[in-house]
Design a protein around this ligand. Structure first.
Ligand code: FES
Length: 109
């Protein structure tokens, strides 16, 4: 479990959780207009991490998650890919809950 203070995640915004094991994907949390979601940091196209800068997972309009490698776009709510080489596939969701000004992500890095 990872606890993230809510003030570290503005809306819109994203937050990276790095894996301690380089062979395993990390995760990330996205704060968007419809709420807060978390996914494994693993693009369904090649399995690569989506971001090339720390904590940067949103497109220029801050409306979709974007993969920095080939530009696939994903819905923030459910991780469904709407454009790009893995269109129709989805990011893997990670459970989370919110409370007491923190986000608890069910992910063991
Ligand atoms: S690795 Fe993500 S779109 Fe190709």
């Amino acid at each position: 479990m990872i606890s993230i203070p809510i003030q570290q995640l503005p809306c819109p915004g994203s937050y990276e959780i790095e894996s301690r094991d380089a062979a395993q994907p990390g995760a990330f949390v996205v704060h968007h207009a419809a709420g807060i979601s978390a996914f494994l940091n693993c693009c369904p196209h090649t399995g690569a991490p989506l971001n090339w800068l720390p904590d940067q997972f949103l497109d220029a309009e801050q409306e979709h998650i974007i993969c920095s490698l080939h530009g696939a776009l994903f819905n923030c709510e459910d991780g469904f890919c709407i454009a790009g080489p893995c269109q129709g596939q989805s990011l893997t969701p990670v459970p989370l809950r919110c409370g007491n000004n923190e986000i608890i992500v069910d992910f063991d890095p």
